[in-house]
Design a protein around this ligand. Sequence first.
Ligand code: FAD
Length: 493
Amino acid sequence: MSKPVLVVGAGPVGLTMAAELARYGVPVRLVDKAPGRTDQSRALAVWPRTLELLAAAGCAGAFVATGLHAEAVSIHAGGKVLARIPFATIASRFNYLLMIAQSETERLLEDHLQSLGGKVERGAELTDLVDRGDGVSCTLVHDGGRSETMEAAWLIGCDGAHSFVRRRLGLAFEGDTLPTGFIIADAHVAGLAIAPDEPAIFWHSDGAVMFFPMAPGRYRIIADIGSTPLHAPDLKEVQAIVDQRGPGGITLSDPVWLSDFGVNERTVRNYRAGRVFLAGDAAHVHSPAGGQGMNMGMQDAFNLAWKLALVERREAGPALLDSYSIERSAVARQVLSDSGRMTRIVLLRSHLAQWLRGFAVQGIFKIPLVRRTVANRLSGVMIAYPDSPLNAGFARGLRGARPGQRFAADYAPGAGDLPRFTLVATDDAQARAMMARHTALLKPELRQPPRKGIWLVRPDGYVAATARSGNWPVIEAALAGMAADPSPLNRRF
Ligand SMILES: Cc1cc2nc3c(=O)[nH]c(=O)nc-3n(C[C@H](O)[C@H](O)[C@H](O)COP(=O)(O)OP(=O)(O)OC[C@H]3O[C@@H](n4cnc5c(N)ncnc54)[C@H](O)[C@@H]3O)c2cc1C
């Protein structure tokens, strides 16, 4: 483990990646070409599944204490509330949406990284990479022009939507650019008559205006601008849109950020090329509708870190790493499709389509199951890896989480410094023998099963294998398939 892993880009994804590797004792360097942290608020929404993973990493408390807790989101049109989707039904101990500026998220992640002995090397740009098969030769150019060549065990490109790493590998970023632009303002808002910590979307025949709370009295305002060329607005223009499309009686003041953005929907097919991985915006970009981009990127990092740590520590075989791209690219495809659909619904222009939209949304969101499903889907707790190559031993008829699904809403793997699977099984001689055989992969303590059966739970809380009580060969085979050096005993199965 002498060569470090090089993480390129200290946005939320690179910071998460470096902190997780540091937590697991893997040598890591984190570089960013920018001289300082972003002061832009960009991503505001941190969803429950991300909070669960931050809790496992040992740093959710600081996030929960810093952000606003939004209890619901509402959709309005023509002076009526069309729908209100409460978050209390989300199957997580974090059953709310945390609103926190991306600049704060990055600050908290950097504090967490520092608490683990890591740091960000700023003003250091990756300008070349060569994958040599047993490592990656990287060229870094530091502020002032000093050039450094370093050997990395692995390189992880968390270098954002315009990723140098992706371009250097020649990976196509397939997808489209939407023809509509958006403007954005972070400003003080007076006169908005909805709960102060509730995101609210107002539909109007000319477009939408959306309010996302950031701090008492302060909101992120987003509005679509059709085919008008992209431009940073002034406050007067935003006020005019709010007056026209909003509920009326709102006064904006004290803007701290006025900007614009276009929407790209793009992904790479494979997040891995040899010893180089991509994560976050470097691998996928999409509409901010649903607030998923940063969450998805941070979850990429959580997914890859434990696998890379096990492989680097020689506790699992390298095939474990092949599951990363398969699992995460499937999630990205789903999120791209969901956020694209949401965006197109917001952008409907024909009067008939808008009328139908209002009628359908009002009717469908009266059904509690619909409200609950939408909230849980947005929260990330329904993310699953049904096609993961790590899934093994689905026991038909066994109630409870299946391979690829999140184990349980209240499951907290506990912040530890080694990535370990948990055996959920009744305490008996066979269970203890299994733990004794697989000390490199299994936690040394059992968790009692919620009902009859055996579950093998991954370090990130997803089920790897299930078996009926007593059917230990299934679990043994799953562990042996991942182990670095399957023992003769394991090969028996
Ligand atoms: C207006 C807006 C609102 C959004 N709202 C949400 C939301 O509510 N929820 C959500 O989940 N997402 C949201 N997003 C998306 C979110 O901001 C991104 O998904 C997130 O920033 C991606 O993080 P990242 O770490 O992958 O990349 P980035 O944050 O782009 O970081 C990449 C880093 O890499 C560095 N870098 C680049 N090239 C090099 C190089 N060659 N060498 C060294 N360093 C390099 C850059 O300096 C940068 O610091 C929003 C985005 C926008 C624009």
